[in-house]
Design a protein around this ligand. Structure first.
Ligand SMILES: NC(=O)c1ccc[n+]([C@@H]2O[C@H](COP(=O)([O-])OP(=O)(O)OC[C@H]3O[C@@H](n4cnc5c(N)ncnc54)[C@H](OP(=O)(O)O)[C@@H]3O)[C@@H](O)[C@H]2O)c1
Length: 264
């Protein structure tokens, strides 16, 4: 299927690894021009080197910015070219008791997970509307609805994203711009793989046992009963960024393997 993304310019926040990196790879395979982002030049250089091996014909650039630092975001926005597709992907989480989570940790979650998308969208949406084409995707999480008790700050930030996304979609009425949110379930990034294998070592169990137990106990509503692969999430991100997905606007798209339940 031709996703008609050739020569579209894409910016993906937090994309030197994980879901963002994989989405960058797929956009490059579709011949889009991709700007990746991370906090250091070193991680960006490493990611660009990897992407150039995986997609030798791709055009990829990197912009360093730390989304916990407003000044750094200001520099990023000043460097951004005209963007057709914005993927608000950057997201951090800390597993911690609500009672031990400090104001600073709450602020950190809100800055990185919420204000990153607010600031980037405020910068690029007016031009998208003027050009009568654009895509903004927010990457939320199943936690926006499940709200695991050790992830209340993270979950709050991911629920906030849904309101921002829907509100921005309403600003696109009558244009060919769309704003949507993707809600992935537990996804097997390298960081998740590391977490599972540490847990397996700690419990003296196999990786498969830990994974089975996680879904039984922490995600009993999951119909998939396994982690999604980064490719499964990234493929969907790229599809909803494409001109082919024009009829989807203001939507919350669940990639949760059924964990959130419900008929819609
Ligand atoms: N993995 C999951 O199971 C899962 C499930 C549901 C939703 N999600 C959501 O999907 C999105 C991607 O998650 P992921 O698991 O793929 O992430 P990840 O593997 O942890 O990727 C981290 C990326 O974010 C960048 N980053 C971290 N803090 C940053 C900051 N302050 N400023 C700029 N970049 C920063 C890192 O870049 P540097 O290290 O180069 O700075 C790296 O590129 C997130 O919004 C996450 O909440 C993930």
């Amino acid at each position: 299927m031709d996703l008609k993304l050739k020569d579209k310019t894409v910016f993906i926040s937090g994309s030197t690894s994980g879901i963002g990196y994989c989405a960058a790879k797929i956009f490059l395979q579709e011949e889009a021009v991709v700007y990746i982002n991370g906090r250091t030049q070193q991680t960006i250089d490493k990611a660009i080197a990897g992407l150039k091996v995986e997609v030798p014909y791709g055009t990829v650039h990197g912009i360093v910015a730390d989304f916990s630092d407003a000044e750094s975001i200001g520099h990023l926005i000043a460097q951004l070219p005209a963007i057709d597709i914005l993927i608000n992907n950057v997201g951090i989480y800390t597993s911690k008791s609500f009672f031990d989570t400090t104001d600073e940790e709450w602020q950190h979650h809100l800055e990185v997970n919420v204000m990153s998308g607010v600031r980037l969208s405020r910068s690029v949406l007016p031009t998208m509307i003027k050009n009568n084409w654009g895509r903004i995707l927010f990457i939320s999480s199943e936690c926006a609805s499940l709200v695991p008790e050790d992830l209340i700050a993270y979950s709050t930030s991911k629920t906030a994203v849904l309101a921002i996304s829907r509100g921005l979609a309403q600003l696109t009425k009558g244009t060919a711009v769309t704003v949507n949110t993707i809600l992935p379930g537990s996804t097997k990034t390298k960081a998740a793989e590391q977490f599972i294998s540490n847990m397996a070592a700690q419990k003296n169990q196999s990786v498969d046992q830990v994974e089975t137990e996680f879904f039984k106990e922490a995600r009993p509503g999951s119909l998939l009963q396994r982690f999604a692969s980064v490719e499964e999430i990234a493929n969907t991100i790229v599809y909803y960024s494409s001109p082919l997905a024009a009829a989807t606007n203001g939507a919350a798209i669940k990639l949760d393997g059924g964990s959130m339940g419900g008929v819609i």
